[in-house]
Design a protein around this ligand. Structure first.
Ligand SMILES: C[S@@+](CC[C@H](N)C(=O)[O-])C[C@H]1O[C@@H](n2cnc3c(N)ncnc32)[C@H](O)[C@@H]1O
Length: 181
């Protein structure tokens, strides 16, 4: 798995936010599902989780990268963060929404990608939703993602080309998918 520099990763978003860009599109979409609990799977520095927490949602952030988790803890020490491999995750709780924002499966070793999807899906409550956004044409086919979700008992309910809900079409370079348990 690639190693990240959490400070540098966060700094890029800080610059965008300071320039007036909305860096919370993912959190806005997640909030539209009205969850009480969210697992931010592959949380990185907590960009999505912290915004959800700001809106009163009970969020757990999980990431395998020590530098990313360290930055998340620095930014929001009051929130819950766990350093763990999502491909083997086994928490004793499930969540209304599990969100994978920012190409998470693309940073996971190919050999454990299906396991990552399965273990994330296993943490969605009955009637809950898993939402994932990742770039296409980067080695992970949407059909493979859908199959992994179906195998885990989740069915596709919505698909967009952006986090702000632009329609998905054949030429889309990015997919945001919602699968329901
Ligand atoms: C580009 S970052 C996105 C971070 C954050 N979700 C965001 O949108 O800002 C991708 C993250 O996925 C995490 N990741 C990828 N595979 C993982 C795995 N198997 N277990 C835990 N984290 C993983 C990486 O460590 C990295 O922090």
């Amino acid at each position: 798995m690639p190693q990240f520099d959490g400070r540098a990763y966060q700094a890029r978003f800080d610059v965008l936010a300071a320039g007036g860009m909305d860096v919370h599109g993912e959190a806005t979409l997640v909030r539209s599902f009205r969850p009480t609990t969210v697992l931010d799977a592959g949380c990185g520095t907590g960009r999505v989780a912290i915004e959800l927490g700001r809106h009163g949602i009970d969020v757990l952030g999980v990431d395998a990268d020590a530098s990313m988790i360290a930055e998340a803890k620095r930014l929001a020490p009051e929130m819950a963060w766990v350093q763990a491999d999502l491909a083997t995750l086994a928490l004793d709780r499930r969540f209304d929404v599990v969100v994978l924002a920012g190409n998470v499966p693309l940073f996971c070793p190919v050999a454990t990608r299906s396991a990552l999807v399965a273990r994330c899906a296993a943490h969605v409550i009955s009637g809950g939703t898993m939402i994932a956004g990742f770039e296409l044409e980067r080695g992970y086919e949407l059909d493979d993602y859908d199959t992994a979700c179906e195998t885990a008992g989740l069915m596709l309910t919505d698909r967009w080309s952006t986090w702000d809900g632009q329609p998905f079409h054949n030429e889309s370079k990015y997919a945001v998918s919602a699968h329901r348990n």
